[in-house]
Design a protein around this ligand. Structure first.
Ligand code: NAD
Ligand code: WQD
Length: 364
């Protein structure tokens, strides 16, 4: 298949490109580099074995998307492109509605016009809000608590309606729990700009000495040790699920909504201990007040994905911490070179396919 990956330069998208290539699929990326940089491209070339076709394009640019779909025949789309910071979404809800909802509508219009009707959509466990019970099943009550979550829920509803009223469309909504880790090569990983919002990248930066101390948000939750419990999932397992979902859509033409998690809840302190073991470093931390909006405990019932897709998470917490630390220690400043919005990815920026990993990691 030739698969268009929106947001393919980002954390999860890049890993999905590697997983697609490993299963023999051809990949094209569109990304506006709002939260990524083109330094990922040479690394993707190294991991996939060929130069990556990447266009710097905002998915809300309908004319540019129409031109792309007119010039290239895609079999399917995986749609990662979105803004994803919960706190920022509360400060700038309209920006999130525009980027994440209008962006999806623009993409669906381009797909429909071109007759491309298979889509895998990046949804999130955030659509469950504060779950009534754990583990969370797909038929749990949906209840979002912030504008970012709203965009995920609205997108799911839009694509569900599209599949209902135009049965030629088939969409898989994949509800990720907490993606962490990195590719075991250390070539690609999570590269947050500024102060990380999420636990694992923050822990990585404390271990690397970039930040002094982790603040553990809340020590008085009704959980195993008082700290928040989440379902962390290795990004390599998550990436593989996208290929499984895509192949399922192509085979069956049936829409699908599934959780992607391990089914195991891990507390903040458990993650810290595992990270200290994997990195051999102490993580200074202090327990502070709860973070507003946080819930005590969320983890998935992943059994539907196992039944329908034959997918199961294979990598545990130790591998998540080991690979996150490997990525962090090899790339203390992430991918380094960031593009400006609107800047095109020049042909000269295409990856050196013969370069070795060492050269790429040195910035080659
Ligand atoms: P990311 O920010 O690393 O990747 C998103 C990519 O989309 C970035 O490269 C960004 O530049 C691009 N992008 C954003 N808006 C765009 C637009 N209008 N046009 C073109 N490109 C655009 O995020 P990620 O962690 O890789 O997340 C990927 C997807 O998974 C997102 O939809 C996110 O909401 C969803 N998700 C992420 C998590 C998580 O914890 N990382 C959890 C659940 C769901
Ligand atoms: C995990 C645990 C924190 C940072 C978020 C989004 C969700 C989804 C995934 C996109 C919690 C604690 C964190 C820190 C801490 N994203 N923590 N100190 O909040 O479960 O989910 O990312 O869809 O929508 O809300 O992930 O990594 O921020 O937090 O103690 O500095 O770590 O309180 O218990 P979260 P997280």
């Amino acid at each position: 298949m030739h698969v268009l990956v929106t947001g393919g330069a980002g954390f999860i998208g890049a890993h999905a490109c590697v997983a697609l290539a490993a299963r023999g699929h051809r990949v094209s990326i569109v990304d506006n580099f709002a939260n990524s940089c083109r330094g990922v491209l040479p690394r993707l070339a190294l991991l996939t074995g060929s130069a990556v076709d990447c266009r710097c394009l905002d998915i809300r640019d309908r004319a540019a998307l129409a031109e792309l779909f007119a010039s290239t025949r895609f079999d399917a789309v995986i749609h990662f492109a979105a803004l994803k910071a919960v706190g920022e979404s509360c400060e700038r809800p309209l920006e999130y509605f525009d980027n994440n909802i209008c962006g999806t509508v623009s993409l669906l219009q381009a797909m429909s016009a071109a007759g491309v009707r298979r889509l895998v959509f990046s949804s999130s466990a955030t659509v469950y809000g504060t779950p009534e019970a754990v583990p969370v099943r797909e038929d749990a009550r949906l209840d979002v608590t912030n504008p970012y979550g709203r965009t995920k829920l609205v997108n799911e509803q839009l694509v569900d309606d599209l599949c209902r009223f135009d049965p030629a469309f088939a969409v898989a909504n994949l509800r990720y729990f907490n993606p962490v880790g990195a590719h075991p090569s250390g070539l690609i990983g999570e590269d947050p700009g500024g102060i990380p919002n999420n636990l694992m990248p923050y822990v990585c930066q404390v271990a690397a000495g970039r930040r002094a101390c982790l603040r553990v948000f809340g020590g008085d939750y009704p959980t195993i040790d008082g700290t928040g419990v989440r379902d962390y999932i290795h990004v390599v397992d998550l990436a593989r699920a996208h290929v499984d979902a895509l192949e399922y859509l192509m085979d069956t033409g049936r829409p699908l909504t599934v959780n992607l998690g391990t089914g195991r809840g891990i507390s903040v302190l458990e993650l810290l201990r595992a990270f200290e073991y994997a990195s051999g470093r102490q993580i200074p931390h202090e327990i502070v007040h709860r973070r507003p909006g946080d819930v005590a405990e969320v983890y998935a019932d992943p059994s539907l994905a196992a039944r329908v897709l034959g997918w199961k998470a294979e990598l545990g917490l130790d591998a998540m911490c080991r690979d996150a630390w490997h990525w962090q220690s090899l790339n203390p400043d992430g991918y380094l070179s960031r593009t400006r919005p609107g800047q095109r990815v020049a042909a000269s920026a295409r990856p050196p396919v013969t370069a070795g990993a060492d050269a790429v990691l040195r910035g080659g």
